[in-house]
Design a protein around this ligand. Sequence first.
Ligand SMILES: NC(=O)c1ccc[n+]([C@@H]2O[C@H](COP(=O)([O-])OP(=O)(O)OC[C@H]3O[C@@H](n4cnc5c(N)ncnc54)[C@H](OP(=O)(O)O)[C@@H]3O)[C@@H](O)[C@H]2O)c1
Length: 287
Amino acid sequence: MKPPSSINGQTRFVAVLGHPIAHTASPAMHNAAFDALGMNWRYLALDVDPARLGPALRGLALCGFVGVNCTIPHKRIAFREADCLDSSARIAEAANTLVFRLRRGTPFLHGYSTDGYGILAALREEFGFHPKGRAVAILGCGGAGQSAAIQFALAGAKRLILLNRTRAKALAVARRVRALRPRVECLLDPTPCDLLVQGTSLGLRKDDRCPLDASLLAKLDPCCFLEMIYRPAETPALRLARRRGCRVANGLSMLLHQGARAFEIWTNRRAPVETMRRALRREVYGR
Ligand SMILES: NC(=O)c1ccc[n+]([C@@H]2O[C@H](COP(=O)([O-])OP(=O)(O)OC[C@H]3O[C@@H](n4cnc5c(N)ncnc54)[C@H](OP(=O)(O)O)[C@@H]3O)[C@@H](O)[C@H]2O)c1
């Protein structure tokens, strides 16, 4: 393994905060980008108790950190802690990227969400897909599913099919979508679509049941299937969709592009996306 670049008094810091955080692949991706551009920056991973996120963020700002990423379960808390929100965070009602400033010595937190950008960039890259005028089904209306639904609605999707174990949550997402874009048709039962996004957490663990079955897939009949999970590389749902003849992709490029956008927000430099992709693949799949 390549030794980390040296840290000195001019090193600038960013970090990802989560709980737990041991699994994160983001440091590999960002540190590879800093190295490739010859930047004296380092990206750390910090395990922070959600109850202490507010003081932790302000403490890091006081220590001179440029900003942070927030991952599960911190995105909603970061949204509430931010002093100012970019429209991306306001729309998502979550912040996964913060930029810190000091105003007369007091921390000032500017919140963004790069998740919406990440999923649209991943769909363009993997399938040449844009939601405008299309029907998209989302299986799983948790944080990631809701954020995707809103992004698709804002990007001009014609119809959203919102499927969730807890139907009330799918209904709540439909209400939010309609409030933002009244012309988007929201359905809560399966009907044919162009793209299916798998956004439940089923598939993360080896013994998880498959969130899809052949009959549901036949009713949805998508051309493209995006699995949000990237570890393992192939979930049972992705395998099923592939066998049915769908074009399939897992969530690695979503992760890559949300990270690339955060990199650009912090540094004002174009992210070296291919370097970041290679580092991410090496970190997650060992190749
Ligand atoms: N690639 C990326 O960059 C990226 C980014 C974000 C998230 N993700 C992945 O997306 C997935 C969802 O993340 P999240 O943040 O939305 O999590 P979350 O807010 O906890 O939502 C979990 C979702 O999974 C559903 N679910 C959980 N257990 C289930 C079960 N036994 N049967 C049926 N449905 C079940 C939940 O349904 P209920 O509402 O009924 O509980 C909910 O829709 C995770 O696997 C995460 O790793 C990937």
